[in-house]
Design a protein around this ligand. Sequence first.
Ligand code: DC
Length: 220
Amino acid sequence: MPRSIAIDGPVGAGKSTLGAELARLLGYVYVDTGALYRTVGHYVLKKYGNTYSEEDVVATLGEINIEQRLAGDTTKIYLNGSDVSAVIRDDAVSAAASRVSGFKRVRDFLFALQRDVAKGNNVVMDGRDIGTVVLPNADCKLFLTASCEVRAKRRTQQLERAGQKVNYNEVLENMKERDYNDTNRLIAPLKMADDAILIDSSEKSFEETLQELYELARED
Ligand code: DC
């Protein structure tokens, strides 16, 4: 049986950066499930703009083919053969991803994809419902968090490094709103699995957190 490591947690907790690094250390396949929701969000946004119903979104699912491809050290996301890894990080796409992730049929569609990867590979998979819904039998479940203020500060710095002009208070408000949406939606809300280990990185460096995750996730 392949091994699986589930990482869940709120937006901006560093799940994808740490998850990718952890997968590299373990030699496992890394699956950023948020990128899958973002890819659907991106497609829907391109097709309908901001005006669409759940039925409209469900109707597009048959037109969407998502692939993860390894490119050196990083994993790229392809939508119908085009690399969308960069564009799915846009703020407009974040909002669309948050919205489409509340639709059950979208979740079912991506669920199948996530389970298939985990069936055939050792994986580190990160998201919101990995330990609770997607991989309830994961070998190790980690719930990664940090205070909202620390997450907003890190996100502001990350955007500034990418050359964007950002306002910390706006980032903080945006983060609180997404936390609220992710935690309070009816379908698959962000929730820590009973058997998950909580890691709060507010006071820890990236390396310290990575080391902690590695100690917990590695095979004994
Ligand atoms: O982790 P992220 O910010 O890239 O995720 C984008 C959106 O997708 C976010 O609003 C939450 C949603 N998501 C989800 O509902 N379930 C997952 N397993 C991963 C992400």
